[in-house]
Design a binder for this molecule. Sequence first.
Ligand code: NAD
Length: 479
Amino acid sequence: MTNKNFIAGRWCGGSDQIADINPSDLDDVIGNFAQADANDLDRALDAARDAQDEWAGFGLEKRYEALLSIGRDLMDRSGELGELLSREEGKPLAEGRGEVYRSGQFFTYYAAEVLRQMGECADSVRSGVDVEVRREPMGVVAIITPWNFPIATAAWKIAPALAYGNSVIWKPSNLTPAVAVKLSEIIGRQELPAGVFNLVMGGGGTIGDLLVGSGKIDAVTFTGSLNSGRKIAARAVPNLTKIQLEMGSKNALYIDDEASVDVAVDCAINGAFFGTGQKCTASSRLIVHQAIHDEFVDRMMHATVSLRVGHALEERTQIGPVVDQAQLEQNEQYLKLGKSEGAKLVCGGDRVKRVTEGYFMAPALFIRGDNDMRINREEIFGPITCVIEADDYDHALALVNDTEFGLTSGIITRSLSKAAHFRRNAKTGCVMVNLPTAGTDYHVPFGGRKNSSYGSREQGTYAREFYTQVKTCYTRAET
Ligand code: NAD
């Protein structure tokens, strides 16, 4: 049976289909998924346009209830849906379940935001005139999401889009269509006007490109790689479509000479390898003060080799497979490149055999890295990290900031003054002190600087900058 697209309130086939394969067990086909074509997309775009006004005028309590119900369903079913997510994407069960639960929290958070939409009033400079500043929906919003947080990224975009009265066309990644269908089923069961929410599955260069280039959308929000982000910007801007891009990074964790080594190793292992290193917030550069370097490297190496790599659905597994063959090969190319550039691979990097055939790879630790090496400049997106030795704090901070990216950064230190200086001077959108570079909350803004992000912030109340437009109204009451 083929899983279908959801267009104008109905489940519909597509012109083609793809198979969804479990990266922990290549014999396990999760299902077949329809691929939307240009006609499907056109129907979705028209339905979204037709339904949007009705949705915006739907009444706040009904919108609140719909979002709350989606959120509760996700949280109640985080066990079952988390297992599907882990089976499809390869992250360990605890991470899969946690991601689904968090996705529910995005919906309940934005349910509450529906009732908290306050405008602004002002006196005019002209007497007898009042000024009201309102926020109104953007209209039809295209949402394009990656595979690595397939349900969380979708939730943190779909929830605010709907909360602020927009209709949605969602194109998920073709590597994770199963959770996309499940989330769409949950949304489809709510009493929304048909066409407010649409799911179109397919490739980025095909249906994604058509969606982004369509003059029928008012805004596009994208999370994915820098290359795709650049293409999307080039496609959307000629139509003057509003864009929000969240892209890759090359996050650094700095380990200071005044750090607790226990905390440093915990944070480095978590940030570099959990989620198989396939996180935009992953610690792919470990910048270590020379005074603590040897001790840290020794402890980090032991912690890395003891990580349990295996099938994502086995409870003991800490590191699941990488997502697909192409990503595995890309990781191997970077390992080769790192060695040829002069970094020393002290552990990991090998393919790992397990009972089932999957894309298993031992987490890899490079040392003696230099910040100019390509392995320290390009996003690898795998379980590979590299230690770079720093002479002192100032040198370390310069290295942290010497990158085209700027999503997250972290410092491990007991020094309050260095922590405070780092918070102010790290050129990233998020800064972590004595915490992993990965792992953020849902009620506060998330996003980066430089080539990691473009446009306004996601999450928390900041999301309304993207999903609404401002109207300034002048009223002369006495005529
Ligand atoms: P990707 O760029 O290959 O694909 C992301 C999505 O964009 C997919 O749905 C894909 O089909 C679509 N797409 C690709 N090219 C397109 C085009 N030309 N037009 C329209 N759509 C297109 O990224 P990925 O491999 O799925 O995800 C990994 C990347 O995502 C990494 O770079 C990671 O850092 C980034 N990411 C960033 C954040 C963040 O918030 N900054 C969060 C998660 C992942």
